[in-house]
Design a protein. Structure first.
Length: 164
């Protein structure tokens, strides 16, 4: 079975874009995950925790920069991007893109080439089995049941890119 990283490497070679073949980061530890949750004041769902235990971020995942625990809540990129997201929700967001009561949106990825970003609505008081995530761009916000559903769609985009 071909991995997503292998698909991405093939797409990078096909399009002569070596930057697209950046490998995923090594796995996060439970301590890394707990530190990020504490910084953000949220509880990650098990799907997101498991994804971070598989790769603690990925500089180029499909068309997105998938944040690792070391990126969440820290650094200039985080501040710049989250400021833009706050402005987006204030100006273009609709009721469907509001975090439910007792939840906070956390930026988990952004597009390397556009104003597209991905947020998850994580609970602020107790862990829940799953958290919705939203792929947002220009007022068109696509909901996903959890981070895996979004990641699968992003991976399919890499495979489709190879066949175009």
């Amino acid at each position: 079975m071909t991995t997503t990283a292998e698909l991405q490497e093939r797409a990078a070679a096909l399009h002569d874009e070596p930057w697209r073949s950046a490998p995923p980061n090594p796995p996060a530890t439970d301590a890394d995950i707990a530190a990020a949750e504490q910084r953000l004041g949220v509880f990650f769902d098990e799907a997101y925790r498991e994804l971070l235990r598989t790769c603690d971020g990925w500089p180029v995942f499909g068309s997105s920069h998938f944040y690792g625990t070391g990126d969440l809540g820290v650094g200039e990129l985080w501040v710049t991007t989250t400021d833009a997201i706050a402005e987006y929700f204030a100006s273009e967001g609709r009721a469907a893109t509001k975090a439910p009561d007792g939840h906070a949106f956390v930026l988990i990825a952004h597009s390397n080439a556009s104003s597209r970003f991905i947020v998850a609505a994580f609970p602020t008081s107790a862990r829940e089995p799953s958290s919705r995530c939203y792929d947002c761009q220009s007022g068109e916000d696509t909901p996903f049941d959890d981070i895996y559903a979004w990641a699968e769609r992003e991976a399919r985009g890499i495979a489709i890119d190879l066949n175009s």
